[in-house]
Design a protein around this ligand. Structure first.
Ligand SMILES: *[C@@H]1O[C@H](CO)[C@@H](O)[C@H](O)[C@H]1NC(C)=O
Length: 111
């Protein structure tokens, strides 16, 4: 995957500024359910203080569960040494195209 990372869910909306890319991969990892293993980095490419910084996320993503928690396992740039986790919520899913819009909230503690 190499998907746009936006502030809001609607790619057409002015409020949905692109702040970076969500790059990585996910594989089916559930024997009896649709559970994905996510391994991705959120790479910030905007004009903010976080431009060029990244957050690495690894964890289980059980698609049918409303809120999925994953570990933030690494960070670079301005976010070095931060610790945290993130929670994913499906905003929309198109079964015909397989396209999903997913909201990620990352909670990071920084010194
Ligand atoms: C982000 O940083 C890169 C590398 O320093 C720079 O080329 C780019 O112009 C910056 N992007 C923005 C939007 O400031």
């Amino acid at each position: 995957m190499d998907d746009p990372l936006t502030e809001g869910p609607d790619l057409q909306a002015a409020s949905s500024t692109v702040v970076g890319r969500a790059q990585g991969m996910y594989v089916c990892a559930g024997k009896d359910s649709l559970s994905l293993l996510m391994a991705m980095t959120f790479v910030f490419l905007d004009g903010s203080a976080y431009n060029g910084s990244s957050v690495a996320v690894v964890g289980p993503n059980q698609a049918a569960v409303a809120v999925r928690e994953m570990a933030v396992v690494g960070r670079t740039g301005a976010l070095r040494f931060a610790r945290g986790y993130c929670q994913a919520r499906t905003y929309s899913f198109d079964a015909k195209t397989g396209d999903a819009t997913v909201e990620y909230n990352a909670y990071l503690r920084h010194n």
